[in-house]
Design a protein around this ligand. Sequence first.
Ligand code: FAD
Length: 592
Amino acid sequence: MWQKAWSTAIDAALLLSGAIVGTDIPQCRLLPGDVAWPSTDAWSTLNNSIDGRLIKPIPIGAPCHHPNYDAEQCEIVRKNWRQPAFHELHPSSIMDPIFLNKTCDPFTDPSIPCSRGPYVEYTVNVTKPEHVIKTLKFVEEHNLRFVIKNTGHDYMGRSTGAGAVSVWMHHLKGITIIDNYDSPSSSYKGAAVKVSAGVTGEELVGAVDKHGLAIVSGECPTVGFAGGYIQGGGHSVLSSRYGMGADQVLSYEVITPGGKFVTASPTENEDLYWALSGGGGGTYGILWSVTIKAYPDVPVTIASLAFATQGISQDTFWKAIAAYQRNTPRLTDAKVFSFAVYSLAGFSLDPVFAPGLTVDEVNALLKPFIDDLNELGIQYMHSVSNHPGYLAAFSSVPAFQGAEIANFQIGNRLLPRRLWEDESSFEDLMNTLKSIANQGGALLDIAVRPTLEVAGYPDNAILPAWRNAERTMGVITMLDDHQSLESIFNDQHKVTHEFAEALRRLAPEAGSYLNEASPIEPNVKHAFYGANYDRLLQIKDKYDPHQLLYGSISVGGDRWEETAEGRLCRRDTSGGMIIQFRRYLESMKGEL
Ligand SMILES: Cc1cc2nc3c(=O)[nH]c(=O)nc-3n(C[C@H](O)[C@H](O)[C@H](O)COP(=O)(O)OP(=O)(O)OC[C@H]3O[C@@H](n4cnc5c(N)ncnc54)[C@H](O)[C@@H]3O)c2cc1C
């Protein structure tokens, strides 16, 4: 009875708060158990209206917990926990454990039952636009939290939400090759491909390869193409040659949060087209498809090189890293991409990805670095090979094909070319990298140069700092399956406020790649959106006036916050009062 009274008080607060604010956006979204939560009949009516596509997902780790404990099934979950495909095929699972709050974690005490945690309550397995449109109407009518999930790769927690209803776009797999794209909306003439919302990078690369084409897609084969990747900007092994993923977009088909199916292109809903191209996933609308440029495929040379720290002094190791750093502008100037990972354990460069270059040309590019290694007396493993095209080269990179998830805490900064151009900045850069490694961090060092020139001077919402970048520099600490929440948060804090902050100080004017950054980045607006933020917010509010789409780091996301129980509430002045009232009620819950 007291529970009911408490719940009614919460609902009263929700109602009251709307009146105080004087707006039609409710103060808080509902959670299961609230008096106003839709009835079983209402869910059933929704399900009937969307061809029975509604799922009430069971969290992926449920077989590892009482009362569903099943030793065999639990072992399968544990073994596959770091495999992207395992989570991708699950209707509510996401890949970044920091957002799971240890809820239903397969490695925690099996006798503790799973709680709802940050998982969505219902998922709609979408196959038609009507499924999205009707779900949007339902969540708005019932004041529910709404989420869009594709693969669940997001490092920023945007593809889950406590008690939410999600649209799961992952089964939309259409790929249509357009031999000669010709549209009044663009001066581009050439090959193109129309890609549905659920297609992954590897599916797309495989499909266009059969037509002798290559496209700009992510390095990790399982990342969704037309979801968070393209809307976040999207870097690629081809970005030093053709620009970012979002630079390739010719048009989108989008469902607006108001339920309209529209086209967004340089001549139709131009503002939406601009925002979707780099302004962040899950913020402006629900992408149904994207049409992008495709390029004639060319042979690709790839190279790798690795050495350990064993048997060499720290000083020699850092001289070798400096030699690599000094050599990379030659690579990016030749439109080459390279991915190096290093820490106090060693250095691994895998791959150098050189589209259109021969083995001899790549050997010549790497020669100064290799000469330096020889002079330093470093033993290394090195290979170079040529492949007939993008797919063949891409498929032969072990670091891409075997990419695991759920294994680190991440931060990121874009580092401008100027740091490589004068001695004093270069010295600061080297000292910073060394200091991060000495404190237990590892560097995910991606040399890529998606200048406006290589991208063809597109007008879109990609963070301007990308255009001067020489690096997207990831910084990580490794995550252990059995690590406590407290220790995970401490590490994330260190990555953000010490490692990424040290990189930020090297070039405060730059920014950070919003898809691969710290989810607790302290300066979201400047770091992820820069000068584009105000325009993006206007566009968001035009297309999503009721703020159905939310992400904590998304444009407009700072207007909301989650309470301790995971409820999404507005953060404005009066909201602060209501949230405090709610916290008071929550704190009284035990006593009622
Ligand atoms: C292992 C790994 C490797 C990665 N490699 C790369 C890489 O090589 N290059 C790179 O640039 N990035 C890379 N990323 C980052 C990646 O781009 C982001 O995680 C991206 O958000 C994933 O998008 P998704 O649609 O697959 O994932 P999801 O988690 O399903 O979605 C991510 C965001 O997009 C939104 N979204 C999804 N579908 C839609 C839709 N149809 N309409 C509107 N919004 C939608 C979601 O709401 C969420 O906000 C990698 C990430 C991981 C975990």
